[in-house]
Design a protein around this ligand. Structure first.
Ligand SMILES: [Zn+2]
Length: 244
């Protein structure tokens, strides 16, 4: 499968960029992972919007859903032009009733509920889920296809269950929103060291850091991750595509 980094920022986008989001492709199927601020503009560098087949949302914070409204407008225009396959499916948990209801819009997009316990067949992907530790209910995602797997931690503080969930992944895309001094002070996120420790303990092949802070020197976060994980570790890089 192919993964492309759309955005890497947590909370809000840096100037002219997007919040944390990725495009996954396999056998012609294209799935957008999270759709926060700046994502709809940025993803068009890598695909026509009408060629997207699905979106999946980890939770309902604005940096993960802010561009759902404009995605719906794109789908509506696309439907009027008969260019989009509609209704366009948006997968997410439904523990936030209002958030989930808003994923469905005028027959052009359709919210489809997922459960942490299920395995979702999504085009050529098998997607499984793990509840994270975050101020709102949030699901980590594991995509498997063609014998390869990519795990997204989504937003989370450290959680032991993520070790088994990410075990043996070809790529772990881990949030690393915190400088070490904020661990235990800012809730619901991991530091670079914790992302690195997760990568070590899960035995993943490669680690990408995302959901980064806009303040401080983010190289400290990468150094902390590399201090823990001696495998291949780097920031997710905007526009960078790799075949897993
Ligand atoms: Zn969040």
């Amino acid at each position: 499968m192919k993964i492309t980094t759309i955005g890497i920022w947590g909370g809000y986008p840096n100037k002219n960029e997007a919040t944390s989001s990725f495009l996954l492709e396999h056998e012609g199927f294209r799935c957008l992972v999270d759709c926060g601020s700046g994502v709809l503009a940025a993803v068009q560098n890598y695909t026509e919007l009408r060629d997207l087949d699905a979106a999946i949302i980890t939770h309902y914070h604005p940096d993960h859903i802010a561009d759902i409204g404009v995605l719906q407008h794109a789908a509506m225009v696309g439907m009027q032009l008969k260019e989009w396959k509609t209704p366009f499916p948006i997968y997410a948990h439904d523990r936030d009733e209002d958030g989930f209801r808003n994923l469905s819009y005028k027959g052009v997009t359709e919210g489809r509920a997922v459960e942490a316990s299920q395995t979702l067949e999504l085009g050529p992907f098998e997607v499984s889920f793990c509840e994270t530790v975050h101020p709102v209910y949030c699901l980590a995602l594991k995509f498997t296809a063609g014998g390869k797997s990519v795990v997204f931690t989504a937003d989370t503080a450290w959680k032991d269950e993520l070790i088994g969930f990410a075990e043996g992944a070809d790529l772990l895309v881990a949030e690393a929103n915190l400088y070490e001094k904020y661990v235990g002070i800012i809730q619901g996120h991991m530091s670079g060291r914790q992302a690195g420790e997760l990568a070590v303990r899960a035995g993943v092949k490669e680690l990408w850091l995302t959901h980064l802070p806009q303040y401080g020197d983010i190289l400290e976060i990468l150094d902390a991750a590399r201090g823990a994980f001696r495998g291949k570790a780097d920031f997710a890089k905007i526009g960078h595509s790799v075949e897993i």
